[in-house]
Write a protein that binds this ligand. Structure first.
Ligand code: SF4
Length: 202
């Protein structure tokens, strides 16, 4: 800890910073709605990543999608954005797979058939995210610095993966995201719930 003061001073400072970001996101939400608030916080993450990754040898490359095979958590606001993306383009997600994954908890994820252990938004042919602009914070903050082969949970299960640590910046943005854009849960369940809610409203 490079700051002055006690651990409790340090925690208070982080909390104050998180509150400051949350207040700004809340203002955006009140003027522009939930989608705008999520977009604001995602942009904050992208700015932090651009700053933090300067000079860092990141292994991630377009089309390398091993990390799209591990469980992803999203908030209600993020799920809403992903549901909108599906409404705009039903081909943005594999809806049959999404429905199959809906009932699967994090503990059972690894027991699913390999083919099912993939994000429903991934284009399996190209290995690219079909909702890249709307991808959740969990995906926007996942940068690997070790050999990509270690990320292969099928060919290399249990391998240790080194990731960029966004430290207090992540606590600030992640904390604000949960505070302003709702509770979080596993992506398939959250997106299905958002789709059902939108269907009931329409
Ligand atoms: S939302 Fe996109 S980046 Fe995130 S896990 Fe799914 S396919 Fe990968």
């Amino acid at each position: 800890m490079s700051n002055n003061g006690t651990p409790s001073d340090y925690i208070k400072r982080i909390q104050a910073q998180r509150e400051e970001v949350a207040n700004r996101a809340q203002e955006v939400k009140e003027s522009g709605g939930m989608g705008a608030a999520v977009g604001f916080l995602h942009a904050e993450m992208d700015t932090l990543a651009a700053y933090k990754l300067e000079g860092t040898a990141v292994s991630c490359r377009k089309g390398c999608s091993f990390c799209c095979r591990i469980p992803v958590y999203v908030t209600e606001g993020e799920a809403e954005l992903l549901a909108q993306a599906i409404e705009q383009d039903p081909k943005a997600a594999d809806l049959v797979l999404l429905a199959r994954q809906e009932a699967v908890g994090v503990a059972e994820w690894a027991s699913m058939p390999t083919a099912d252990r993939v994000c429903a938004f991934l284009d399996k042919g190209s290995g690219e995210c079909r909702v890249y602009a709307a991808r959740p914070l969990a995906c926007r903050s996942y940068y690997v610095v070790t050999d990509p082969a270690r990320c292969d949970t099928v060919g290399n299960p249990g391998a240790m993966v080194g990731k960029v640590d966004f430290g207090t910046g992540m606590m600030r943005i992640g904390g604000a995201l949960i505070k302003v854009t709702g509770k979080f849960g596993m992506l398939p369940k959250m997106v299905m719930a958002a789709l059902e809610m939108r269907a009931r409203k329409n």
